[in-house]
Design a protein around this ligand. Sequence first.
Ligand SMILES: NC(=O)c1ccc[n+]([C@@H]2O[C@H](COP(=O)([O-])OP(=O)(O)OC[C@H]3O[C@@H](n4cnc5c(N)ncnc54)[C@H](O)[C@@H]3O)[C@@H](O)[C@H]2O)c1
Length: 359
Amino acid sequence: MNFDFWNGRRVFLTGHTGFKGGWAALWLHKLGAVVKGYALEPNTPVSLFEVARISDVVESQIGNICDLDFLRKSMIDFSPEIVIHMAAQPLVRKSYLDPVGTYQTNVMGTVNLLEVIRTCASVRSVVNVTTDKCYQNNEWDWGYRETEPMGGHDPYSNSKGCSELVTSAYRQSFFNDESMVSVATARAGNVIGGGDWANDRLIPDALKAFSSSKPVIIRNPLATRPWQHVLEPIAGYLELAEKLYHYKDSFAEAWNFGPNDEDCKSVGEVIDSLIKHWPSSASWELDQEAQPHEAQSLKLDISKAKGRLNWCPQWRIEKSLQEIVNWHNFWLIGEDMKNITLNQINEYETEIKDRYEQK
Ligand SMILES: NC(=O)c1ccc[n+]([C@@H]2O[C@H](COP(=O)([O-])OP(=O)(O)OC[C@H]3O[C@@H](n4cnc5c(N)ncnc54)[C@H](O)[C@@H]3O)[C@@H](O)[C@H]2O)c1
């Protein structure tokens, strides 16, 4: 990975007020990129955007991805070379409550973004962040490959499958041989890390419960997911964006970024491990209420990213859980969370550099 590539690059990052967007904004800033963020205000009482002072490191534009004219003005005024699209309604359970809003943001939001990129002459490279849940889930024990059909049982998963299809159609129709723009999609696993306060996600729910000495209520302890620290897929997005910039069509396709098979663990196993890392006593209880459908088994095949992008998982699940507990406890004692987050990024980046040097 050529970190120097990012120095001075102009990056339009949607979703910078969210969990993954906040980490991406800080990392890009650290690498010297000039970043403009476009997203709604944070929608949780505490957010990474606030506690890590993300607006210090990006030009922060608060706006709706569904507002085509405002999005167009915002991007064209900035003239980015690279666009990373993370703005989305990302929660399965919320998508059952608000399917229309989920499709509007995740599908028409993608259409709007790609439509604006068509008219923004400066853009060269685009990464649309979708999800592992975009695949038609067959409850297989093996990982989905990038060529497998799109699907999605619930509105969230399905809307991300739609976002994939929209991207593919725009690529074939508009970002083809005559275009200077190269567009890829990225399907990450279940992303964990410090600074996530979303509802109905395992780690944030657990940390909230443990911090107030309550058991966390678990809906589906046997469900397996491809867990990975937030820095893992972001490293993949950066690698991919750089390759798209240099080589155009050779990388303009879909990419999985997940953990190795050993870290595709069940919810119960992950929560038991988190409890071991938590400094005081903690526990979980089974939710007895009926739950909406969620996939039971989900894995990603990451051979393609390993082989062609030279990307590979760096932090195992235990290391990631320890870093999350550290991050959260630093926050609880009032540390400077921008520095703490940058320290974790620095450690991760150094490990990647060491790995490349050893090769
Ligand atoms: N967290 C995960 O486990 C995970 C896994 C795979 C993929 N993803 C994808 O990664 C991306 C980021 O997820 P996250 O976990 O950081 O979510 P998040 O909820 O923390 O952040 C979502 C971001 O999107 C913005 N947003 C939402 N609706 C918007 C709208 N209508 N207009 C403009 N901005 C809007 C929010 O303001 C926020 O900045 C999403 O596309 C999500 O689907 C997340």
